[in-house]
Write a protein that binds this ligand. Structure first.
Ligand code: GDP
Ligand code: IMO
Ligand code: MG
Length: 429
């Protein structure tokens, strides 16, 4: 069997969680391959809204195994709280959650480092979610990190203290008074205590060699879906660097983040919104700092699932979408949230960037980091509700026209259309 992939084609928050939940019945295993609690994946089931950060979005299906892969980094405190929130809704993660022994731990001091770095950057800050992502992945590549497998070892505390001391020495170079800091609204010492309690409780979960588990499952004919976090334009190599996250969010990340060979990759579902959003700093060519942008934010409830920050909103960016489709080898496109623009008289898409007086239809180093002006094509809005629509054949003609233009531009059909946050508001081709 091959492993299918589902990931975001924009700056995150495309609606990955919803689509993973919708597709889960087709799979046996759902596995996260990168990122950490910077992610916020929203599932709406029977009107109840649930946000997941570290746990894969298949967790509400009791008979499906959910794997936190080796490429993920996890904060035990946040993970433990996610488990408690699921238990309160009758979900039993003890039964269907597995954690890779190779996944790295986010320490409380990783979060302090994140905060110190960001505050030192002032206006140039990344706009990080402050979950310790950058510092933890830095320690992983610098070979100082601590992994889930280590929590079972007798020298775990020694390893923890050595890494913590290293962090405290770095923090001495910053104008950063630790005694005045809080993590998740708690004094640091209290947070650290809760973090250790969480580590203790996670020892009861199945810690596995996830690369063996996944490859054996493939050999046995099991169907696996790899769930991405963040989005392709936040990828550390191909995103709008340095305003990116610290992992490879694209399909290539599945190979290193789960330990599967490139030849094992099957379908790649690329998820995008019918417009664009971005949280945090960094270039965003089609951003709308006007009433239309505000309307997208209000209609689309565009406020961060993890931090509550208002998301920046703008028109769909086709050069960026084509770039993401290329990088990921997308086979199946999924368009989300067209319903947010139901009332719009006009809908625009960016077809090229104007830079130094020249038009460029491709995303390049210069167009992604420079001062570009989007070139727009305008469409008439469909101005009708999408409620109750169940197939592509009955879509409003103007929406079909919008969809066809996108399909022609990126050279791929749109296979799934989402017209609301609920599971049932999903139209399959
Ligand atoms: P993710 O990080 O990619 O999983 O996306 P988020 O959960 O951060 O953000 C997507 C938001 O849009 C969530 O609040 C979803 O409930 C909501 N959503 C998902 N699909 C649709 C849709 O088709 N229409 C509308 N109006 N909302 C949607
Ligand atoms: P999901 O999986 C949207 C953004 C942050 C910031 C940058 C770096 O829900 O789509 P980090 O915390 O990684 O140091 O932040 O990346 N970011 C996200 N934006 N959705 C996400 O995840 C994000 N995860 C990180 O806002 O700009
Ligand atoms: Mg999100």
């Amino acid at each position: 069997m091959k492993i299918d992939v589902l990931l975001g084609l924009q700056w995150g928050d495309e609606g990955k969680g919803k689509i993973v939940d919708v597709l889960t019945p087709r799979y046996d295993i759902i596995a996260r391959f990168q990122g950490g609690p910077n992610a916020g994946h929203t599932l709406e089931i029977g009107g109840d809204r649930h946000v997941l950060h570290t746990i894969p979005s298949g967790i509400f299906h009791a008979d499906k195994i959910n794997v936190i892969g080796n490429g993920v980094i996890a904060d035990p405190f946040i993970l433990h709280n996610e488990i408690l929130a699921l238990k309160a809704k009758g979900v039993q993660p003890k039964i269907n959650l597995r954690i890779s022994k190779r996944a790295h731990l986010i320490l409380p001091t990783h979060r302090l480092l994140d905060a110190a770095y960001e505050s030192a950057m002032g206006k140039g800050k990344i706009g990080s979610t402050l979950k310790g992502i950058g510092p933890c992945y830095t320690d992983k590549t610098a070979r100082f990190g601590i992994r889930f497998g280590d929590i079972l070892s007798s020298d775990f505390n020694k390893k923890y203290n050595a890494l913590k001391d290293r962090h405290l020495r770095i923090l001495e170079n910053y104008d950063f008074d630790i005694s005045k800091q809080e993590i998740d609204k708690m004094p640091v010492a209290e947070y650290e205590k809760k973090w250790f309690e969480a580590v203790e409780s996670l020892k009861e979960y199945e810690l596995i060699d996830s690369e063996l588990f996944i490859n054996h499952a493939l050999a046995e004919g099991k169907r696996i879906l790899a769930e991405g976090a963040q989005g392709s334009l936040l990828d550390v190599d191909f995103g709008s660097y340095p305003y990116v996250t610290s992992s490879n969010t694209i399909t290539a990340g599945v190979c290193s983040g789960l330990g599967v060979p490139p030849t094992a990759i099957g379908k790649v579902y690329g998820v995008f919104k019918a417009y664009c959003t971005r949280v945090g700093s960094g270039p965003f060519p089609t951003e709308l700092n006007d009433e239309t942008g505000e309307l997208l934010r209000q209609n689309g409830n565009e406020f961060g699932s993890t931090t509550g920050r208002p998301r920046r909103c703008g028109w769909l960016d086709l050069p960026a979408l084509s770039y993401a489709v290329m990088l990921n080898g997308v086979t199946d496109l999924v368009m989300m949230k067209a319903d947010v623009m139901n009332d719009f008289e006009k809908v625009k898409v960016c077809t090229a960037y104007k830079i130094d007086g020249m038009e460029n239809p491709e995303l390049t180093f210069e167009t992604l980091s420079g001062d570009v002006k989007p070139v727009y094509r305008s469409f008439e809005g469909w101005q009708t509700s999408l409620k109750g629509l169940t197939n592509f054949g009955v879509l409003p003609a103007k929406l079909s026209e919008y969809i066809r233009f996108i399909e022609r531009s990126v050279n791929l059909p749109i296979d799934i259309l989402s017209a609301g946050p609920g599971r049932e508001q999903t139209i399959m081709r």
